[in-house]
Write a protein that binds this ligand. Structure first.
Ligand SMILES: O=C[C@H](O)[C@@H](O)[C@H](O)CC(=O)O
Length: 272
């Protein structure tokens, strides 16, 4: 199995707290992006301490209270399933802060990490502040919820976005990459994909490849899997009958999403 594909680990951390994914530090083989998925039973608590990291806590499903030192954000979360296809609530927490997530109902949260030195204000990113963005045409149509886009100055290095790709469509397509620290031409952003499928038994094909094909891996990613994208193009194809959801975390030396398409497939975007 590719080292870029990470299956759910479901490690019980404490009563009512299960670490589904912990892709941080040496477990991530990434320099900038860290990612965790945590399942919380009703009434359970997850506590985090940020040193030189910032974190976007995404209420993927269920309802939670999030406490960040002197601030508390109550009853966050808008959906029992990501496939309700509506935005959810998130909270941005900066470096050198501690936080606590308390499950009001059974809940799944994503913890999206990246480096941060300059402490910024804690920010509630309300679901109703997120507008759906529709991208693509023909069979590369997808719906995007920009949770922490580079146009939002609330974070130092973190970018977070969730994407819905319907049956028979492709996303992150035409294949694009952002693996060169060479602005204004291209930015270097590592990336993770947290995948969910509807129905759950579904899968997507995701290829991660570089121009010189020194990296060229095509994976089958299923419900709850994570794909790590250290570099290269990273298109996703969704089989007929299924809907794909993924949450992207991106980070790099400069908080700018400037990508380039694979020249072989640039014609895709130039169609009328
Ligand atoms: O680089 C960003 C990621 O590949 C996705 O967020 C992608 O941009 C989503 C899409 O537009 O298909």
């Amino acid at each position: 199995m590719s080292n870029l594909l990470r299956k759910p680990q479901d490690v019980v951390k404490s009563e009512g707290v299960t670490i589904v994914h912990d892709i941080t530090g040496e477990r991530s083989n990434l320099e900038y992006v860290g990612f965790k998925v945590v399942d919380l039973e009703k009434g359970s608590l997850y506590r985090g301490q940020l040193d030189n990291l910032e974190c976007c806590i995404v209420a993927l499903t269920g309802k939670v209270d999030i406490n960040v030192e002197e601030e508390t954000f109550e009853n966050l979360g808008t959906r029992d399933s990501v496939f309700e296809r509506k935005p959810t609530d998130s909270v941005y927490v900066s470096n050198d802060r501690s936080f606590q997530v308390k499950a009001i109902t059974g809940a799944r949260v994503a913890l999206c990490y990246s480096p941060s030195q300059e402490q910024l204000p804690t920010k509630l990113i309300k679901a109703d502040s997120i507008e759906a963005e529709h991208r693509g045409k023909y069979n590369n149509q997808r719906k995007v919820h920009n949770i922490l886009p580079d146009s939002d100055p609330s974070a130092n290095s973190l970018l977070v976005v969730e994407v819905y790709t319907e049956s028979g469509n492709w996303s992150s397509y035409p294949p694009h990459k952002h693996d060169q620290d060479n602005l204004p031409e291209e930015s270097f952003l590592e990336e993770t994909y947290y995948h969910e499928m509807d129905p759950q038994q579904g899968f997507v094909f995701q290829r991660v490849y570089t121009d010189d094909r020194s990296l060229d891996e095509t994976m089958t990613a299923g419900n709850g899997d994570v794909v790590v994208v250290p570099k290269g193009y990273h298109p996703v194809g969704v089989p007929d009958g299924y809907t794909s959801y993924y949450l992207n975390v991106m980070a790099g030396p400069v908080r700018k999403w400037k990508f380039n398409n694979d020249e072989d497939h640039e014609w895709i975007v130039n169609r009328d």
